[in-house]
Design a binder for this molecule. Structure first.
Ligand SMILES: NC(=O)c1ccc[n+]([C@@H]2O[C@H](COP(=O)([O-])OP(=O)(O)OC[C@H]3O[C@@H](n4cnc5c(N)ncnc54)[C@H](OP(=O)(O)O)[C@@H]3O)[C@@H](O)[C@H]2O)c1
Length: 237
């Protein structure tokens, strides 16, 4: 399996592809960026966010930063042009942004970014969604996640991968009491391994990269928590 993954990485690397990443300052996104840099499968990685990030003096030759105003994304269409693959780990919470703000970020910003990327020639979109996402749900969180999943599918990317992790196991830099409680509960089962309901963010990040290297069975694929956990173990390291 490790050898297979190394071969897949090498084959992918030779195609000289570029990607962009939304949410690189967040918990999953920062690990995904680290994973992308370490595995070095893209010739160029563009992080698109609302603020410039610093990397403690480290310089990455193939890393580009684009700072955008998500309320005026049309003005920043150029940032979304010319990428082969897009990754999205963007998101907020209702507690932080209110119901309208949550919809604005987790639906509108994500969908608009996907639209601009598609118009700019991007062929693959990888979306970190959530376990239970369902556009018909009565719960705002799951409804919005399901709605944005469906709206992006309608854009008809050549490949569209939806990741639906359970509770993210993470030592979050910011305090979120509700999530902390869920983490304590699920994390009690295992802090480092996936459970049916939870998953460490490291595993999600590894899975998103490993999955990019594989040929999908379908144009649109949905990876539930277990599939993400299985894939996240097969990194070839
Ligand atoms: N928490 C869970 O247990 C769980 C479970 C399943 C799925 N998910 C989903 O997984 C995804 C990633 O979660 P995470 O916890 O890794 O994310 P996170 O740490 O909260 O990071 C969120 C990212 O979105 C950006 N963002 C938030 N509000 C924004 C705004 N108004 N304008 C522009 N950018 C904004 C943040 O940028 P700044 O750094 O600039 O704020 C950051 O890069 C989210 O979609 C989340 O809903 C979460």
């Amino acid at each position: 399996m490790a050898e297979d993954m190394k071969t897949l990485e090498e084959n992918f690397r030779q195609r000289n592809r570029s990607c962009f990443l939304l949410g690189a300052s967040g918990e999953t996104g920062s690990l995904l960026l680290q994973e992308l840099l370490e595995r070095n499968i893209f010739s160029k990685i563009t992080i698109i966010g609302r603020r410039r990030l610093t990397f403690e003096g480290k310089a990455y030759e193939n890393l580009v930063q684009e700072v955008v105003d998500f309320e005026k994304l049309d003005d920043y269409a150029a940032a979304f042009q010319g990428h082969d693959v897009g990754y999205c780990c963007l998101g907020t919470t209702r507690a932080k942004a209110g119901a309208d703000g949550f919809f604005r970020v987790d639906h509108d910003y994500v969908l608009k970014s996907a639209e601009l990327a598609k118009a700019g020639g991007c062929s693959q979109f990888h979306l970190e969604s959530s376990r239970g996402a369902d556009k018909n749900s009565n719960f705002l969180y799951l409804k919005v996640k399901g709605q944005v999943e469906a709206d992006i599918e309608a854009l008809d990317f050549e490949r569209y991968s939806i990741y639906r992790p359970g509770v993210l196991l993470v030592d979050r830099r910011e305090s979120r009491p509700g999530e902390w409680l869920a983490r304590k509960f699920f994390g009690a089962v295992s802090a480092v391994c996936s459970t049916p309901m939870s998953i460490p963010i490291q595993v999600v990040a590894k899975a998103m990269v490993s999955n990019t290297l594989r040929q999908p069975e379908q144009k649109t694929e949905i990876l539930e928590n277990k599939a993400i956990g299985d894939l996240g173990k097969s990194t070839g390291k």
